[in-house]
Ligand binder design. Structure first.
Ligand SMILES: Cc1cc2nc3c(=O)[nH]c(=O)nc-3n(C[C@H](O)[C@H](O)[C@H](O)COP(=O)(O)OP(=O)(O)OC[C@H]3O[C@@H](n4cnc5c(N)ncnc54)[C@H](O)[C@@H]3O)c2cc1C
Length: 372
């Protein structure tokens, strides 16, 4: 009997148990679907690496990407409330506002999202960010942007919510190959933690393997952009807002932990580990943005891989293979975009499909938009 002649499995396979995989599995399970998450290595997910900024405006996004980010930002409080209710765990959402500092007012005024922010002069910067370095004369305050504690709270809450809703997890399972017949997904070939090879039949799956997505579907132009991070322990409440500087940002958690990010290394490929150069770059950023923080004790250092695309926007929706859906390429904004991604993919996989508005949004992020 071939795979195609087997009765179709009702299980939706989620290929990758990172942030997108968890967010989509959660949404599908809430709608009553039968979901299995195949996860190679939980700890390598960028969802456990990110700074957790919710920053469509501070990031200076534009066009469809800005619109997607704004829609996701609007949905985040409701999405977080669902996860918290389903898991019984807090997600660490903090609508604290983000300040982007500039050396001159002229630079501030040409920032792509300047129209959405409050213009600050030096006095305004000092009021919003006591202790800010002397090199900054202007700023934009985006009150609507914020942060969520993805590393310590959101990812765990999502995992728990999924388990509570009956999602099955296969940890240590690597998807090796997508099995197809006549351009239709038939299943996946996997290797489990004991190195046993197996075929899992499936007629529906979501490819959300982050920076590694092109290893499973080479036509996807998704590549890794490495980021190194560190954290410091400052006095509680020393910094109320996120500072989003050029090349470095400082994200204050409620308990005084200051998350510092991030390098952006396109040439590094999947090379693991910290580098002295990357860590010096972060240190220089701390000194320029908030000199007193250079004296705060370091806590942790870590790194990870952003899933990037040529236009830095995500790849969402259908693929060239019937039954295979895509949710990858979220680059620097996956935490921000998780809420809208889960909503859109959740709708794609329902029998009734997406609404016309959802389809219009998805059309801006098709996988083959780079080919024209
Ligand atoms: C340094 C850094 C800072 C960031 N800061 C922010 C921020 O402040 N705000 C923001 O919005 N975003 C931020 N991001 C981006 C965000 O973290 C990512 O966009 C998001 O995590 C992508 O989610 P994902 O599920 O696609 O990938 P991941 O979270 O990386 O998960 C992918 C998972 O797929 C699994 N996998 C891969 N291949 C296979 C396979 N063949 N079989 C089975 N499993 C597989 C991996 O093991 C991994 O667990 C940051 C990222 C980095 C690296």
């Amino acid at each position: 009997m071939t795979l195609a002649s087997q009765p179709p499995s009702p299980t939706i396979l989620i290929l990758g148990g990172g942030l997108m995989g968890l967010a989509i599995a959660h949404q599908l399970a809430r709608r009553g679907s039968d979901v299995t998450v195949l996860s190679r290595r939980r700890s390598e997910a960028a969802g456990f690496v990110a700074a957790g900024m919710l920053a469509p405006h501070a990031e200076g996004l534009s066009g469809d990407h800005l619109r997607l980010g704004q829609l996701s930002l609007e949905r985040i409080p409701g999405w977080v409330a669902q996860i918290e209710a389903d898991s019984g765990l807090a997600c660490g959402l903090r609508p604290c506002g983000i300040v982007v500092p500039f050396a001159t007012a002229a630079e501030r005024d040409v920032y792509p999202t300047a129209a959405w922010g409050v213009a600050l002069d030096r006095a305004g910067l000092e009021r919003e960010l006591p202790g800010i370095g002397p090199g900054w004369q202007a700023g934009l305050l985006f009150r609507q942007d914020g942060q969520i504690d993805n590393r310590r709270q959101l990812m765990r809450a999502l995992e728990r919510a999924c388990v509570e809703l009956g999602v099955r997890f296969q940890e240590g399972v690597e998807v090796l190959e997508l099995l197809r017949e006549d351009d239709r997904l038939q299943g996946v070939r996997v290797r489990d933690a004991a190195a046993t090879l197996q075929v899992l039949p499936a007629s529906s799956a979501v490819l959300c393997s982050g920076a590694w997505s092109a290893q499973l579907l080479p036509e996807l132009p998704v590549f890794p952009v490495k980021g190194q991070m560190l954290s410091l322990l400052g006095p509680r409440e020393a910094l109320q807002r996120v500072i989003f500087g050029p090349g470095t940002y400082l994200v204050p958690r409620e308990d005084g932990l200051l998350v510092v990010g991030a390098t952006s290394e396109r040439e590094a490929g999947f090379t693991e580990g910290l580098t002295p150069f990357g860590q010096r770059q972060l240190q220089a950023g701390i000194e320029a943005l908030l000199p007193e923080a250079s004296q705060w004790p370091p806590m942790e250092r870590w790194w990870g891989f952003r899933p990037c695309t040529p236009d830095e926007g995500p790849v969402l929706g259908c693929s060239s293979l019937e039954g295979l859906w895509l949710a990858t390429g979220h680059h620097r904004n996956g935490v921000l975009l998780a809420a809208i991604t889960a909503e859109l993919l959740g709708a794609c996989l329902q029998p009734e499909g997406c609404s016309p508005e959802q389809q219009a949004l998805l059309d801006g992020f098709r996988w083959d938009r780079f080919n024209s």
